[in-house]
Design a protein around this ligand. Structure first.
Ligand code: PGA
Length: 235
């Protein structure tokens, strides 16, 4: 299919993604633009709630988000897994503890994403389904990066996408805690409104990300395997 649109000379692609996909989207766009140097792109990064509003108002050509939206008619293509993990400062006392009960997290100060965040919803849902009270946020930030800084500063623990550690890796200043019920298995989808034919550029990008997604998923598997090995190496 890609070959059909290889001749694509110019065009404009408007992409909007949820916050954790911002770690991936620039890489995808970079490679895409090398394939199609005449194409210009814009990238909007926002939380799930805002992204759903943009889909409803046809703000962009394509969207990358977590679970496909309910109540909005969209075509959705699964892209790659988006595991949500518990993060703490490397010096945190729970760092080398195996199989921490979920309930134990309620004793820790929590740094939470803002209301409207899909990450936050997934976290609250996990506690709810286990019949536990919701963790109380010591602080709420609308940015994964600000949360990571706060974790390193020792202000608390948080639950974020594993993708947010793409630059520093899982053995840097932020450690992943081995907590029961984690990782929360989320997934990313590329979507566009049903009945609205994507532009030629958007179709090219869709085909491109479907292929790229397979490679990225393999790398992610390796990262998860590393975490599992660390786990089983614990006393
Ligand atoms: P968020 O979404 O950026 O709104 O937290 C993440 C997700 O839905 O997986």
């Amino acid at each position: 299919k890609l070959a059909d649109i290889k001749g694509l000379k110019r065009g404009y692609l408007r992409l909007a993604v949820i916050t954790s996909a911002k770690y991936l989207a620039p890489h995808l766009l970079g490679r895409f633009c090398r394939l199609y140097p005449g194409v210009e792109v814009s990238l909007k990064v926002t939380n799930r709630e805002r992204l759903l509003e943009r889909i409803a108002s046809h703000g962009d050509d394509l969207y990358i988000l977590g679970q496909p939206p309910q109540g909005l008619e969209v075509e959705a293509y699964p892209l790659i897994p988006n595991p949500l993990v518990v993060m703490a400062a490397r010096s945190h006392p729970l760092v080398n503890v195996a199989n921490i009960p979920l309930k134990r997290l309620l004793e820790e100060p929590f740094i939470m994403r803002e209301p409207g965040s899909g990450t936050r919803d997934a976290l609250l849902r996990l506690f709810e389904t286990k019949g536990l009270p919701a963790p109380v946020a010591r602080m709420e930030f609308g940015s994964n990066e600000a949360i990571k800084q706060a974790i390193v500063a020792g202000l608390g623990i948080s639950v974020l996408s594993l993708h947010s550690l793409v630059l520093e890796g899982t053995s840097g200043p932020i450690a992943i805690l081995d907590v029961q019920g984690f990782p929360i298995q989320r997934h990313w989808y590329v979507v566009y409104p049903k009945g609205r034919k994507p532009s030629v550029v958007a179709q090219a990008f869709l085909e491109f990300v479907k292929q790229e997604g397979r490679h990225i998923a393999e790398n992610l598997d390796k990262e998860m395997e590393k975490i599992r090995r660390l786990r089983s190496a614990k006393p």
